[in-house]
Design a binder for this molecule. Structure first.
Ligand SMILES: *[C@@H]1O[C@H](CO)[C@@H](O)[C@H](O)[C@H]1NC(C)=O
Ligand SMILES: *[C@@H]1O[C@H](CO)[C@@H](O)[C@H](O)[C@H]1NC(C)=O
Ligand SMILES: *[C@@H]1O[C@H](CO)[C@@H](O)[C@H](O)[C@H]1NC(C)=O
Length: 290
């Protein structure tokens, strides 16, 4: 009884696993970018995957299929035809994979080069901050004035770029974690719509601030350097200048005139310095008084 029950459970699990494998969506396409109106992406490892490319016009939330790239098995699409579809040729593009009738989530394409519809940016990291240099004099600004802005998406490398700042020109993102890599993606905005392709993700390492590294040097090197410098100095004084120290410490005292006469001849106080202790000021000749 228990044995057949156990086997039934195993069979149900195997069946579910098979169904899940069959009903699994294909992985979303990756590294989708445009170069000179040719859209390319990383192909899936499984052969029976097809791709469909869609575009969206500026100020239009609807996505339309690029007619020459519906259910294609290659990993590129000539999107020159979309240029005529939109003002300034500013379209957004996305690709979705499909396998056995099941689609992947769509992924938007990015552009590696700035042009009329994609911002041109450069990044300058600073201690705890990242400055995104953007020009105020871009072609969309000339067309739409100050309503054309930049949306600067940012986040830690490997994480989705969820935070953003809207700017008319260059912007500095501050309070970033030092020693961490941050990534940035910029897209044009017009009122409440995104226009054109965003830039492909660019990442930079946020350096540690100089002040902190100096403090580290003092904190680490200080305790090492103090004994290194002090010990020889103290040793030098103790070994070589002990006579001087003794002289400095000696209270000023004048010998009485009859001091030496009060001793018998063989009890004269003579320096006990040994010749091996070279640093000492050796008294070379003492002539006992007759
Ligand atoms: C676009 O292509 C998809 C196939 O990926 C299809 O299901 C859909 O009906 C097409 N849309 C239009 C408007 O032709
Ligand atoms: C894309 O198609 C256009 C015509 O629609 C053609 O002039 C152009 O050379 C094609 N580009 C590539 C890379 O095949
Ligand atoms: C802005 O760009 C236009 C051409 O796109 C150029 O003629 C003009 O000199 C530029 N102005 C500035 C201030 O850079």
């Amino acid at each position: 009884m228990t044995c057949s029950f156990f086997f039934r459970i195993v069979l149900i699990f195997q069946h579910r696993r098979l169904l899940l494998a069959l009903s699994e969506s294909p992985p979303a396409p990756q590294n989708i970018h445009v170069d000179n109106w040719l859209l390319t992406w990383t192909p899936a490892s499984e052969g029976d995957t097809t791709y469909t490319v869609q575009y969206s016009r500026f100020n239009n939330r609807k996505w339309t299929n690029v007619s020459s790239c519906v259910h294609i098995s290659s990993n590129s699409c000539n999107v020159t035809s979309t240029k005529a579809e939109a003002e300034h040729g500013c379209v957004r593009l996305r690709v979705r994979a499909e396998r056995r009738g099941l689609p992947s989530p769509p992924v938007e394409a990015c552009s590696r080069h700035g042009d009329t519809c994609t911002p041109d940016l450069s990044l300058m990291p600073g201690p705890g901050s990242l400055t995104v240099y953007l020009t105020m004099n871009h072609s969309l600004a000339q067309e739409y004035g100050r309503h054309a802005k930049y949306r600067v998406y940012y986040g830690k490398e490997g994480e989705p770029l969820l935070k953003y700042e809207d700017a008319e020109a260059s912007v500095t993102i501050s309070e970033l974690q030092e020693g961490q890599r941050y990534c940035v993606q910029v897209q044009y905005r017009y009122f409440k719509s995104s226009i054109g392709l965003p830039t492909c993700t660019q990442c930079e390492l946020i350096p540690e601030s100089k002040k902190d590294s100096n403090q580290t040097v003092i904190l680490v090197v200080g305790p090492i350097m103090v004994p290194v410098l002090l010990i020889p100095l103290i040793a030098y004084f103790l070994i070589c200048k002990s006579e001087r120290i003794k002289q400095w410490l000696r209270p000023p005292y004048e010998l009485p005139e009859d001091f030496l006469e009060s001793f018998p001849e063989h009890h004269l106080p003579i320096s006990s310095s040994s010749p091996t202790e070279e640093c000492w000021d050796v008294i070379s000749s003492i002539s006992p008084q007759e």
